[in-house]
Design a protein around this ligand. Sequence first.
Ligand SMILES: Cc1cc2nc3c(=O)[nH]c(=O)nc-3n(C[C@H](O)[C@H](O)[C@H](O)COP(=O)(O)OP(=O)(O)OC[C@H]3O[C@@H](n4cnc5c(N)ncnc54)[C@H](O)[C@@H]3O)c2cc1C
Length: 402
Amino acid sequence: MNAPASVLVVGASAGGLAVAEALRREGYAGKLTLLGAERHLPYDRPPLSKKVLSGAWEADKARLRSEAELAKLDAELVLGDAAVHLDAAAREVTTASGRSLRAEVIVLATGLEPRRLPSQEGLSGVHVLRTVDETLALRADLLAGPRVVVVGDGVLGTEIAATARGMGLTVTVVGPQPAPMASQLGPVVGGYLARLHADHGVELRLGVAVSDLVGEGGRVRGVRLASGEVLPADVVVVAIGSRPAIGWLEGSGLRLADGIVCDSRCQAAEGVYAVGDVAFWHHEGLGTGLRLENRTNAVEQGMTVAANILGKDRPYTPVPYFWTDQFDAKIQVFGFLPSDAEVAIVEGDPARRQFVALYGSRGKVKGVLGWNMVKQTRQHRQHVVDGTAWTDAVGKAILVPR
Ligand SMILES: Cc1cc2nc3c(=O)[nH]c(=O)nc-3n(C[C@H](O)[C@H](O)[C@H](O)COP(=O)(O)OP(=O)(O)OC[C@H]3O[C@@H](n4cnc5c(N)ncnc54)[C@H](O)[C@@H]3O)c2cc1C
């Protein structure tokens, strides 16, 4: 296939920018347009819940590229104008301001939008965190030294709790799981995370359901649990997960499910690709559909999509990777941590908060988790790539009871 005359990327953040940059690196000289709903130049999200929320970084430091670097990209940047409709067959996008943009190839990189509680509408003091504007609004409220309740015991909720606690605030995390991030890390390492938060003074209310938010005079005053108990709060952060930003694609002609459904080349329809948090693609290595919500995926998938746009015909078969920073812990995960996995500590010691754990299922290593052991964690990643037999990889290591 010859290179297309024009490429339009919808979503000007990590995934979208990765596609644009990879296209140029590969020598693409055609017309390139990046369309973004936010008015900001492309910025990075992981620092938002950490350095930007805490105030250690000015928001501008989270920018992915300088203006000079973006100028070199030789792309038209259309910012502050959301796509509201796609005609996949005609490869035409309509924007909120009424623009009509056509291109030979369209890449969809619109990420996620946070879920909300029905009772939060119209209440001040209630926040979600996905964008830089939302981060700065939350930070402004945190500076008043409030009692904070974080609704949500996943990665974002626990990161925000750690940051707010680091600012000296009174913080409670409330969520349905037996341990924070238990669905991602498993109950054992989730238990280590619970201890980390408790040791730093975060109050954990786990295994409980939230019924609604309590307000007074238009301002939030507390979080009501299903038991009827009300946790007093001046600020509430709702971190109960996100959904793919695909509402605007209804009627586009694309298949939509838990994301934009793509083939193994990340192609959703002829000349239409998806990348990053919004893409649900077929992972040939696993033989199943998959959608990943992590930073590394946005870039790796972006590079594969760029190669495929230029005719390379490359399946996307990554070993997933994500990390989270909470208090003094850097937790890194390569591969998958299945809920039925056996877990073995192969380096270090959880009591010293420095260890590497392997996760095995069906006789093979499926994932590796490192806690403050960056180099060693990376070394064990190879077991995931090779699908090393569980018994060979683990040897005499200590199996963690489930
Ligand atoms: C607070 C926070 C902390 C995180 N921390 C980590 C971490 O520690 N480690 C990790 O691995 N991952 C982390 N992530 C996840 C990581 O940031 C995402 O996986 C990554 O940003 C995905 O990139 P993306 O380009 O697919 O989507 P996004 O970064 O969400 O970008 C999508 C862009 O599309 C725009 N958009 C949406 N709809 C439209 C539309 N209709 N028209 C035009 N533009 C549109 C959005 O405004 C946005 O700019 C974090 C995410 C958040 C929110």
